[in-house]
Design a protein around this ligand. Structure first.
Ligand SMILES: O=C(O)[C@H](CS(=O)(=O)O)OP(=O)(O)O
Ligand SMILES: [Mg+2]
Length: 236
């Protein structure tokens, strides 16, 4: 498999297959939302779009990064989301890096959103589809976020079938700037367990596939065994 690792700003053309990686925290949070029963996640282009969707669909659950804000039901924290009941819910997510990265490749034939918690399921789907060329979008820090790059490189190795010891990849993520900022309370809307939850390798058995459902970009869980979008795990 030919793997490229690019920051969002480096995406010059639409890739065929894109794996958008945000370990801390957007796609760890998305996986937890599905584990807690969410049916789908709408990836919002902006805070204003998220609020407009909420106005049209008051029952949808709005989620943003940073501190709590009016019009948003919750924040971008796996530690806070892990006890939420989202059964059958539609979540609207807007974050600084992860959702922006997914929307940047929305025209790609296959878009997977990934973090360590869904690493093996993501790699398995890439193997099953026999994707010859994969663009990994390293969403944080203009493509230099160590936690995202480490996760992307780990998934790429597993997707090519190589036996891979995850220890060093997880160590790099655990010593990243994002991990330090979360641990030090620099990032708002956080829980003390967020870093540990973001480093749980293969916590969930499903991959996450994003696709245009005009006019929205919608993320859904993809359980390889069922061959269709569904996540059976309740996450606890
Ligand atoms: O919520 C996060 O951890 C970040 C926000 S920031 O990097 O602190 O600005 O958003 P994400 O898109 O999940 O990386
Ligand atoms: Mg991030």
């Amino acid at each position: 498999m030919d793997a490229r690792f690019l920051g969002i700003a480096e995406l010059a053309e639409t890739p065929s297959t894109a794996v958008v990686v945000d370990v801390m925290r957007a796609f760890t949070v998305a996986a937890w939302a599905f584990a807690r029963g969410a049916e789908k996640i709408v990836l919002a282009e902006s805070l204003d779009e998220a609020l407009a969707l909420k106005a049209r669909h008051p029952d949808w659950v709005t989620l943003k990064d940073g501190p709590p804000a009016a019009g948003f039901d919750t924040v971008n924290s796996p530690g806070l989301l892990r006890s939420a009941d989202l059964a059958g819910q539609t979540v609207v997510q807007k974050t600084t890096a992860g959702t922006v990265g997914a929307l940047a490749v929305k025209e790609a034939s296959l878009v997977l959103c990934a973090a360590f918690v869904v690493a093996e399921a993501t790699a398995r789907l890439l193997r099953t589809r026999e994707c010859g060329s994969v663009t990994f979008v390293v969403t944080g820090d203009d493509g230099r976020a160590e936690e995202d790059l480490a996760c992307a490189q780990y998934i790429a190795q597993r997707a090519s079938g190589a036996r891979t010891d995850p220890t060093e990849f997880l160590r790099r993520a655990g010593t990243s700037r994002a991990a330090a900022e979360l641990a030090q309370g620099v990032r708002q809307g956080a829980h003390a367990d967020d870093v540990a939850l973001c480093l749980e390798l293969d916590r969930f058995p499903f991959a996450m596939v994003a696709a245009l459902e005009e006019p929205l970009m919608v993320l859904r869980p993809y359980a390889a065994d069922a061959g269709e979008a569904s996540a059976k795990s309740r996450g606890e």
